[in-house]
Ligand binder design. Structure first.
Ligand code: AOS
Ligand code: ZN
Ligand code: ZN
Length: 388
C-alpha cells in the first residue's frame, strides 16, 4: 500500500461544495425544529458556510438555490462570499414549489407552463453570469402518481425540447447538470428517474451537459459505484450530490450510513479520472440537518468525504491490477479492504497541522465561540428555512 506521504499532496486537490440550504432550518413533513442562530438571509448562510472552509480548507464554494437565495445584488453576495474566503458555486433551479407546476414543469403539456419554467432557468443563467458560477443544476419534481395519468412518452419529448432551449442559453464555459431521482414527489413515475434517462437527455444536448448523481436517489441495493464508473467512462459525470440514506432520500450526513459505499464510490471516481485536478466531476453535499447543529454537521460531512478519499487514494493500484489480471480475486479484494480499513484519522490530523489548520476541526469550531455569537447576534427577522 502507498505511504500516506505519497498521497498527501493529492488531498490538497479536494474541493467539496456546500449547499446553502444546509444552513437553514429544515425538517420532515411532520415538523421543522427551529434552531437558534440560524441564518436569516443568504448572506448569513454564506458566513456560516465559510466557517466550514475555515477549519477544514475543504469547502471553497457554496451552491445557491433560486429563489430561496434570491438577493437584490448578486455582485454584493459574491463580494461578501469572497470577503469570507469562499466563492459562489452551482446555481440550483426550482420548479417544484409553485402551484402552476402541480402537473409538471419542463414536461408539462401546457406550453405556457413550460415557458414559465424555461424562463426561470433563463433567470438562473443570468444569475450565473453575475455570480461567476459554472454549473446550472436542474432537478425536476416532474412525474405522475397514477398509471394513465399522463403520456410518459409525450412528457419525455417535451423535456428534450425544453432542455434544448435552456442549453442553448448557457455560456461556453458553463454546464447544464441534470439530476435524476427514482421517486418523490411523484410516486408512479418520475420524468428523470435514473442515470440512463439523465444520460440520454444530456447526451442529446451536447458536451456541456452532464449528469448529477445524488447518492440518495436510487433503489436500495443499487450498485452506485457502477453508475459512477459508467458515467465517467462516458465523460458525463458532472457532479455528485453527496449524502447518506438508510431508506430513501434521507439527506443525512454523508458517510454516516455506509462509509464503505462512500469509499467504493470514491475509488471509482479516482479510477475514472474524476478526482481533483484530474477531472471535472464536482463534489457537492446535498444535505439537511434537521436535528443536529448545522455547521458541525457540515464539518463532519466534509471530513467524512476527506477520510474516504484518503483511504481510496491509498489503494495499491499496481498490485490491484496485477491481482485482477491474474484472476486472484481474494488478493484483489484484500488489497481494496486493506486501504478501506486503514484508519487515516491521525495522518489527516497531522496533514492539517502541517498546513496551519486545526488537527481537530470539530473541536476547533466548538471552541471558537461562533455558535454562541450567532445565537446572540441573529435576533429579529425570520430564519431561513428549506423553501425560503
Ligand atoms: C431533490 O431531491 C434533490 O436532491 C435536489 O438536489 C434538490 O434541488 C435539493 O435537495 C434542494 O432542494
Ligand atoms: Zn440532490
Ligand atoms: Zn434529493
Amino acid at each position: 500500500m502507498p505511504d500516506f506521504a505519497a498521497i498527501a499532496d493529492r488531498l490538497t486537490e479536494q474541493r467539496i461544495e456546500l449547499p446553502s440550504w444546509a444552513f437553514g432550518n429544515s425538517g420532515t413533513r411532520f415538523k421543522v425544529f427551529a434552531q437558534p442562530g440560524v441564518p436569516r438571509d443568504p448572506f448569513e448562510k454564506i458566513a456560516d458556510a465559510a466557517q466550514v472552509h475555515r477549519y477544514t480548507a475543504l469547502s471553497p464554494s457554496v451552491a445557491l438555490h433560486i429563489p430561496w437565495d434570491k438577493v437584490a445584488s448578486y455582485a454584493d453576495l459574491k463580494k461578501h462570499a469572497e470577503d469570507h474566503g469562499v466563492a459562489l458555486g452551482t446555481i440550483n433551479s426550482n420548479t417544484f414549489q409553485d402551484d402552476i407546476y402541480k402537473l409538471g414543469s419542463l414536461t408539462h403539456s401546457d406550453a405556457k407552463v413550460r415557458q414559465t419554467a424555461i424562463d426561470h432557468h433563463f433567470d438562473c443563467i443570468d444569475i450565473m453570469g453575475e455570480t461567476g458560477s459554472r454549473d446550472l443544476k436542474i432537478w425536476l419534481a416532474d412525474g405522475t402518481n397514477y398509471p394513465g395519468q399522463d403520456d410518459m412518452r409525450g412528457r419525455q419529448d417535451r423535456l428534450t425540447e425544453s432542455l434544448q432551449k435552456i442549453y442553448e442559453r448557457i455560456g461556453e464555459d458553463q454546464r447544464l447538470v441534470l439530476e435524476y431521482k427514482i421517486f418523490e414527489p411523484a410516486f408512479y413515475h418520475m420524468d428523470v428517474p435514473d442515470w440512463g434517462t439523465s444520460y440520454a437527455q444530456v447526451a442529446a444536448l451536447g458536451d456541456r451537459a452532464t449528469v448529477c448523481l445524488d447518492t440518495g436517489h436510487h433503489a436500495p441495493s443499487t450498485n452506485i459505484e457502477f453508475i459512477v464508473m459508467q458515467l465517467l467512462r462516458l465523460g458525463k459525470l458532472g457532479s455528485f450530490d453527496f449524502n447518506s440514506r438508510f431508506y430513501a432520500d434521507d439527506d443525512l450526513i454523508v458517510g454516516a450510513a455506509d462509509p464503505f459505499q462512500l469509499f467504493r464510490i470514491i475509488v471509482e471516481v479516482i479510477r475514472g479520472g474524476g478526482y481533483g485536478d484530474d477531472g471535472d466531476t464536482a463534489f457537492m453535499l446535498d444535505q439537511c440537518h434537521n436535528i443536529e447543529d448545522k455547521i458541525p454537521g457540515q464539518i463532519r460531512s466534509v471530513l467524512n468525504v476527506q477520510e474516504m478519499t484518503a483511504r481510496a487514494l491509498l489503494v495499491d493500484r499496481d498490485a490491484l491490477s496485477a491481482a485482477q489480471l491474474a484472476g486472484d480475486m481474494l488478493t484483489a479484494h484484500g488489497i481494496l479492504m486493506d486501504a478501506f480499513y486503514t484508519d487515516v484519522r491521525p495522518m489527516l490530523a497531522a496533514w492539517r497541522e502541517e498546513r496551519g489548520l486545526p488537527a481537530d476541526p470539530m473541536k476547533a469550531y466548538a471552541e471558537s465561540g461562533y455558535a454562541a455569537s450567532i445565537v446572540e447576534g441573529r435576533v429579529g427577522g425570520a430564519q431561513a428555512g428549506w423553501g425560503a
